[in-house]
Design a protein around this ligand. Structure first.
Ligand code: DAH
Length: 346
């Protein structure tokens, strides 16, 4: 019997397992009710009493050794990466939720993609700005109402490059990026500037104190109003569909001369008149015009040689028209039930 135990011990020592299944059959072979150890304990009963002590000790040692071997095999297996045999390929996969882009990002990306196809670059500027870039260099007279506390979020006063006291504020429009680009770059300039803007306004279904705009700027020799019109017509057709028509109405902005506001034909009623277009058949989407010669001069561009056009639009407004969203506040509430409805390739 002693040699039998020795042999089993050798067998156990040499055993290796590559799966849980191997370990389980090993356990069954040695430690189950009908296993090898049970049989040995049966044999133990008929052993002469004077040998019982030795055999008993050996047998118990063997049993403990096998149990230890099983524990070790299990912990070694856990450390190993799972082998192919362990994978149950018939199990259903774990499902996970794909996020979706925010509707404002979708529309911003679409606007970017349309204008980059026309050769426009993307430029960015700071959200915390100075009076010069948001107002003065855009030809706003010092007493202009847009500088009023009602519209602008002022942060602090500082001393500007000319030694005068000037305001630091949150930009109220992305036209400030125009100024930064014109100061840095020589024409030809063809760029759009998407970004966040701030206004000191009461929040309602139609206006918010934070929103997004895209500014466009094109400066070169011989740029004319008809270039502006064609660019905006192309944009409108790409954005709202081939059948879209545009109309330009005379308007006023300090930084453009002449200035215009652009409407697109109402997509919902095809220009016939409905509640969305307030029975006019038209929807206003942006402001535009020829860059005022003063702005070119303030930013160091020769206004005898170069002309340019500029335009600016609100991304929320475009998104609301495109997806028929009635309340601007939905964009800022992070309600997953609203956001999940937007899927996009961009
Ligand atoms: N900055 C104007 C606004 O916030 C929008 C705008 C109008 C931008 C006309 C322009 C422009 O570049 O030419 O309402």
């Amino acid at each position: 019997m002693l040699s039998k135990i020795e042999e089993i011990l050798r067998e156990v020592k040499n055993f290796s397992a590559s799966s849980k299944k191997d370990i389980e059959s090993f356990r069954i072979k040695y430690l189950s009710k009908k296993g090898i150890l049970s049989a040995l304990f049966e044999e133990f009963k008929i052993i002469p009493p004077d040998q019982k002590r030795d055999f008993g000790k050996k047998l118990n040692e063997l049993k403990n050794f096998i149990q230890l071997k099983i524990d070790t095999l299990h912990s070694e297996l856990k450390k190993k990466p799972p082998s192919k045999i362990d994978l149950d390929l018939t199990l259903p996969g774990d499902s996970f939720n794909l996020g979706s882009r925010h509707p404002i990002s979708i529309v911003r990306n679409e606007i970017i993609s349309i204008f980059t196809r026309l050769g426009f670059t993307i430029s960015e500027g700071p959200e915390i700005e100075d009076d010069a870039h948001v107002f003065s260099k855009l030809n706003f007279p010092p007493e202009h109402p847009a500088r009023d506390m009602q519209d602008t979020v002022f942060i602090e006063k500082c001393i500007d490059s000319e030694g005068k006291i000037a305001d630091i504020l949150l930009r109220t429009h992305t036209s400030s990026v125009q100024v930064r680009v014109m100061e840095k770059q020589k024409p030809p300039i063809r760029t759009i500037s998407p970004g966040r803007v701030y206004r000191n306004e009461a929040i309602s279904s139609r206006s918010h104190c934070i929103f997004h705009q895209v500014e466009g700027l094109y400066i070169d020799e011989n740029v004319s109003f008809s270039d502006l019109k064609q660019t905006l017509l192309y944009f409108s057709k790409e954005m709202f569909g081939e059948k879209t028509r545009i109309r330009l109405r005379p308007s006023f902005f300090p930084f453009t001369e002449p200035s215009a506001e652009m409407d697109i034909s109402c997509k919902l009623c095809n220009g016939k008149g409905c509640t969305v277009c307030k029975y006019t058949g038209w929807l206003e989407i942006l402001g535009c015009g020829m860059v005022d010669p003063n702005v070119l001069e303030y930013t160091g561009i020769d206004n005898q040689k170069f002309t340019g056009f500029a335009f600016g639009m609100g991304i929320e407004r475009i998104t609301m028209l495109k997806y028929q969203i009635k309340d601007i506040r939905l964009f800022f509430e992070n309600d997953i039930r609203f956001l999940q409805q937007f899927k996009s390739a961009l």
